[in-house]
Design a protein around this ligand. Structure first.
Ligand SMILES: [Zn+2]
Length: 232
Protein backbone atom coordinates (compact mmCIF):
# COMPACT_ATOMS: atom_id res chain seq x y z
CA UNK A 1 0.00 0.00 0.00
CA UNK A 2 2.81 2.40 0.87
CA UNK A 3 4.30 1.65 -2.55
CA UNK A 4 1.27 3.15 -4.31
CA UNK A 5 1.22 5.97 -1.86
CA UNK A 6 4.89 6.66 -2.52
CA UNK A 7 4.34 6.72 -6.29
CA UNK A 8 1.52 9.17 -5.77
CA UNK A 9 3.80 11.32 -3.64
CA UNK A 10 6.50 11.40 -6.31
CA UNK A 11 3.99 12.65 -8.85
CA UNK A 12 2.92 15.33 -6.46
CA UNK A 13 6.47 16.32 -5.65
CA UNK A 14 7.15 17.09 -9.29
CA UNK A 15 4.10 19.34 -9.48
CA UNK A 16 4.06 21.02 -6.15
CA UNK A 17 5.81 23.51 -4.02
CA UNK A 18 7.18 22.18 -0.76
CA UNK A 19 6.02 24.13 2.25
CA UNK A 20 8.14 23.95 5.35
CA UNK A 21 8.11 25.04 8.90
CA UNK A 22 9.67 22.99 11.62
CA UNK A 23 7.83 22.65 14.92
CA UNK A 24 8.66 20.84 18.11
CA UNK A 25 6.53 19.69 20.97
CA UNK A 26 7.12 18.15 24.34
CA UNK A 27 4.77 15.41 25.45
CA UNK A 28 5.36 14.33 28.98
CA UNK A 29 2.17 12.89 30.41
CA UNK A 30 1.45 10.95 33.57
CA UNK A 31 1.60 7.24 32.74
CA UNK A 32 -0.47 6.04 35.65
CA UNK A 33 -3.62 4.83 33.92
CA UNK A 34 -6.06 2.07 34.75
CA UNK A 35 -7.53 -0.60 32.54
CA UNK A 36 -10.28 0.87 30.40
CA UNK A 37 -13.52 -1.12 30.44
CA UNK A 38 -16.10 -0.60 27.70
CA UNK A 39 -18.96 -1.04 30.17
CA UNK A 40 -17.81 2.10 31.98
CA UNK A 41 -17.70 4.19 28.80
CA UNK A 42 -20.52 2.84 26.66
CA UNK A 43 -22.86 5.76 27.47
CA UNK A 44 -20.17 8.42 27.03
CA UNK A 45 -20.02 8.68 23.23
CA UNK A 46 -22.17 11.86 22.97
CA UNK A 47 -19.94 13.54 25.58
CA UNK A 48 -16.76 12.61 23.74
CA UNK A 49 -18.13 13.61 20.34
CA UNK A 50 -19.16 16.99 21.72
CA UNK A 51 -15.95 17.79 23.56
CA UNK A 52 -13.30 15.95 21.53
CA UNK A 53 -14.90 15.56 18.11
CA UNK A 54 -13.50 18.75 16.59
CA UNK A 55 -12.00 17.97 13.16
CA UNK A 56 -12.51 14.23 13.68
CA UNK A 57 -14.56 12.02 11.37
CA UNK A 58 -15.01 8.36 12.26
CA UNK A 59 -16.67 6.56 9.36
CA UNK A 60 -17.16 3.37 11.35
CA UNK A 61 -20.38 2.41 13.10
CA UNK A 62 -18.72 0.30 15.79
CA UNK A 63 -19.42 2.19 19.03
CA UNK A 64 -16.66 0.38 20.92
CA UNK A 65 -14.03 1.43 18.41
CA UNK A 66 -15.33 5.00 18.30
CA UNK A 67 -15.07 5.26 22.06
CA UNK A 68 -11.61 3.66 22.04
CA UNK A 69 -10.57 6.38 19.57
CA UNK A 70 -11.72 9.17 21.90
CA UNK A 71 -10.34 7.58 25.07
CA UNK A 72 -6.94 7.27 23.34
CA UNK A 73 -7.27 10.83 22.02
CA UNK A 74 -7.54 12.15 25.57
CA UNK A 75 -3.97 10.95 26.03
CA UNK A 76 -2.85 13.13 23.12
CA UNK A 77 -3.89 16.73 23.82
CA UNK A 78 -1.49 17.78 21.03
CA UNK A 79 -3.88 16.20 18.50
CA UNK A 80 -7.04 17.89 19.78
CA UNK A 81 -7.51 20.12 16.73
CA UNK A 82 -5.76 17.97 14.13
CA UNK A 83 -7.93 16.86 11.21
CA UNK A 84 -8.33 13.08 11.26
CA UNK A 85 -10.67 10.54 9.78
CA UNK A 86 -11.01 6.83 10.41
CA UNK A 87 -12.17 4.32 7.82
CA UNK A 88 -12.47 0.58 7.48
CA UNK A 89 -10.35 -0.82 4.68
CA UNK A 90 -8.84 -4.12 3.60
CA UNK A 91 -5.21 -3.71 4.70
CA UNK A 92 -2.48 -6.14 5.71
CA UNK A 93 -2.10 -4.76 9.24
CA UNK A 94 -4.62 -4.26 12.03
CA UNK A 95 -4.47 -0.47 11.69
CA UNK A 96 -2.35 2.10 9.91
CA UNK A 97 -2.05 5.88 9.98
CA UNK A 98 -0.91 8.18 7.21
CA UNK A 99 -1.31 11.72 5.89
CA UNK A 100 -4.08 12.01 3.30
CA UNK A 101 -3.00 11.75 -0.32
CA UNK A 102 -2.35 15.25 -1.53
CA UNK A 103 -0.58 16.37 1.64
CA UNK A 104 2.15 18.04 -0.40
CA UNK A 105 -0.45 20.54 -1.63
CA UNK A 106 -1.20 21.71 1.91
CA UNK A 107 0.76 23.60 4.48
CA UNK A 108 2.04 21.49 7.36
CA UNK A 109 -0.47 23.02 9.79
CA UNK A 110 -3.40 22.29 7.45
CA UNK A 111 -2.46 18.67 6.82
CA UNK A 112 -5.08 15.97 7.28
CA UNK A 113 -4.54 12.41 8.43
CA UNK A 114 -6.34 9.12 8.11
CA UNK A 115 -6.37 5.93 10.11
CA UNK A 116 -7.36 2.75 8.35
CA UNK A 117 -8.68 -0.19 10.33
CA UNK A 118 -8.54 -3.61 8.72
CA UNK A 119 -12.09 -4.63 7.84
CA UNK A 120 -11.48 -8.27 7.06
CA UNK A 121 -10.90 -11.07 9.46
CA UNK A 122 -9.06 -13.18 6.91
CA UNK A 123 -6.23 -10.78 6.13
CA UNK A 124 -3.88 -11.34 9.04
CA UNK A 125 -5.95 -13.02 11.72
CA UNK A 126 -5.75 -9.88 13.84
CA UNK A 127 -9.23 -8.45 13.67
CA UNK A 128 -9.93 -5.26 15.60
CA UNK A 129 -13.19 -6.62 16.99
CA UNK A 130 -11.26 -9.46 18.65
CA UNK A 131 -9.28 -6.97 20.73
CA UNK A 132 -10.57 -5.86 24.12
CA UNK A 133 -11.65 -2.24 24.51
CA UNK A 134 -8.51 -1.58 26.56
CA UNK A 135 -6.29 -3.06 23.81
CA UNK A 136 -8.07 -1.05 21.13
CA UNK A 137 -7.26 2.11 23.09
CA UNK A 138 -3.57 1.09 23.12
CA UNK A 139 -3.60 0.14 19.45
CA UNK A 140 -5.12 3.48 18.42
CA UNK A 141 -2.67 5.22 20.76
CA UNK A 142 0.15 3.68 18.72
CA UNK A 143 -1.41 5.11 15.54
CA UNK A 144 -1.74 8.51 17.21
CA UNK A 145 1.99 8.38 17.96
CA UNK A 146 2.62 8.10 14.21
CA UNK A 147 0.27 11.02 13.51
CA UNK A 148 1.95 13.13 16.18
CA UNK A 149 5.29 12.40 14.53
CA UNK A 150 3.89 13.38 11.11
CA UNK A 151 2.53 16.67 12.48
CA UNK A 152 6.05 17.60 13.58
CA UNK A 153 7.53 17.03 10.14
CA UNK A 154 7.64 19.54 7.30
CA UNK A 155 6.33 18.31 3.94
CA UNK A 156 9.85 17.70 2.76
CA UNK A 157 10.79 15.78 5.94
CA UNK A 158 7.59 13.73 5.69
CA UNK A 159 8.22 12.86 2.09
CA UNK A 160 11.78 11.73 2.89
CA UNK A 161 10.48 9.78 5.89
CA UNK A 162 7.92 7.87 3.79
CA UNK A 163 10.53 6.94 1.19
CA UNK A 164 12.83 5.62 3.91
CA UNK A 165 10.00 3.79 5.72
CA UNK A 166 8.99 1.79 2.68
CA UNK A 167 12.51 1.00 1.52
CA UNK A 168 14.37 0.27 4.74
CA UNK A 169 13.51 -2.43 7.28
CA UNK A 170 15.81 -0.71 9.76
CA UNK A 171 13.84 2.53 9.42
CA UNK A 172 10.55 0.63 9.72
CA UNK A 173 11.67 -0.99 12.97
CA UNK A 174 12.98 2.31 14.35
CA UNK A 175 9.69 4.04 13.50
CA UNK A 176 7.43 1.34 14.95
CA UNK A 177 9.43 0.97 18.18
CA UNK A 178 9.47 4.74 18.62
CA UNK A 179 5.67 4.87 18.10
CA UNK A 180 5.30 2.27 20.88
CA UNK A 181 7.56 4.34 23.14
CA UNK A 182 5.60 7.53 22.45
CA UNK A 183 2.33 5.71 23.25
CA UNK A 184 3.89 4.54 26.54
CA UNK A 185 5.02 8.09 27.35
CA UNK A 186 1.43 9.18 26.73
CA UNK A 187 0.23 6.83 29.44
CA UNK A 188 -0.86 3.91 27.28
CA UNK A 189 1.74 1.32 28.29
CA UNK A 190 -0.74 -0.99 29.99
CA UNK A 191 -3.09 -0.82 27.02
CA UNK A 192 -0.27 -1.54 24.58
CA UNK A 193 0.96 -4.42 26.71
CA UNK A 194 -2.47 -6.06 26.84
CA UNK A 195 -2.76 -5.89 23.04
CA UNK A 196 0.72 -7.27 22.44
CA UNK A 197 0.24 -10.07 24.96
CA UNK A 198 -3.03 -11.05 23.30
CA UNK A 199 -1.32 -10.94 19.96
CA UNK A 200 1.62 -13.11 21.08
CA UNK A 201 -0.73 -15.74 22.53
CA UNK A 202 -3.39 -15.81 19.85
CA UNK A 203 -3.17 -18.81 17.54
CA UNK A 204 -5.51 -17.16 15.06
CA UNK A 205 -2.84 -14.63 14.12
CA UNK A 206 -0.99 -15.73 11.02
CA UNK A 207 2.60 -16.81 11.56
CA UNK A 208 3.87 -14.24 9.04
CA UNK A 209 2.13 -11.35 10.80
CA UNK A 210 3.28 -12.60 14.18
CA UNK A 211 6.91 -12.73 13.00
CA UNK A 212 6.61 -9.24 11.51
CA UNK A 213 5.24 -7.89 14.75
CA UNK A 214 8.00 -9.55 16.74
CA UNK A 215 10.76 -8.12 14.57
CA UNK A 216 9.47 -4.56 14.18
CA UNK A 217 7.64 -3.66 17.39
CA UNK A 218 8.51 -3.64 21.09
CA UNK A 219 8.15 -7.01 22.82
CA UNK A 220 6.09 -7.34 26.03
CA UNK A 221 9.36 -7.34 28.02
CA UNK A 222 10.59 -4.18 26.30
CA UNK A 223 7.25 -2.47 26.93
CA UNK A 224 7.51 -3.28 30.61
CA UNK A 225 11.06 -1.88 30.75
CA UNK A 226 9.92 1.31 28.98
CA UNK A 227 7.01 1.63 31.40
CA UNK A 228 9.31 1.23 34.38
CA UNK A 229 11.60 3.94 32.99
CA UNK A 230 8.87 6.39 31.95
CA UNK A 231 6.04 5.86 34.39
CA UNK A 232 7.21 6.49 37.92
ZN1 LIG B 1 2.81 1.57 13.59
Amino acid sequence: MWRYFFTFCILQLVNSYLYGQETHSDFKIDCDTNVYLFAEYKDSLPFYEKHFGRNKKINIRDKKLKLAFYVALRHYPELKDVHMKVDLKKISATMMAQPTPGFLFHKQENRRYQIFVNKTKANNGMYYKDLTFNSQVGWIGHEFAHILDYTQKTNKQLFIFISKYISSKKELKKTECEADRVAIRHGLGKQLLEGVNYFYNNNRVSKAYREKKKSYYLSPEQIEIEMAENCE
